[in-house]
Design a protein around this ligand. Sequence first.
Ligand SMILES: [Fe+2]
Length: 201
Amino acid sequence: MPDAALDSRAEARAALVTGTVDKIRAIETEEGLNRDSLEKMRQALVAMAAERELFTLDDFAPPPEGGDMKSTLYRLSEDDDHRFALYANVARAGVSSPVHDHTVWAIIVGCRGQELNRRFDAPDDRSGPPVERDQVMVEDGTGVAFMPDDVHSIHIDGPELVLNFHMYGKGLEQLHGRRFHKPETGEWIVFPAHSDIRDAR
Ligand SMILES: [Fe+2]
């Protein structure tokens, strides 16, 4: 593909991302954080993901086949104070996370391929184990949203490469108190903040 086409797509994508984040920021500012406002924020992200031609695997290279890394996270947007962090996540089969929380709101919406989200109930003080509530296949046109204490696990096992969007109330590099559940011991363990995030072109 000629560079001019890539460049004009990048420009259109940047405008769409900015408009979407502005919308989501306005919802949170005006309505605060609750399940209703979170649902509106989720819908804004689903609308962005519908512009599939602006988010291709040419724009967001997947992790190399056969390597240890099964997913690559590209930062699309983040405010100067690290709030409203939006990422494109590109992944291949072999991703399976433990049950975990986010400590900030989190939204995942699909664009290409399938990511299974298993949703759990767990005591807010993490005094007991997670209990699975349901499963949602995140794919083109669908998405899930989580309040700060909600817990889930993600699993990618399909033949298709996955491109989806993950958005958080604050950037993943800033989240130092997230916990995951270790089934072997029954403990909830704090895990280190995410690193190795790439900036999208
Ligand atoms: Fe998560």
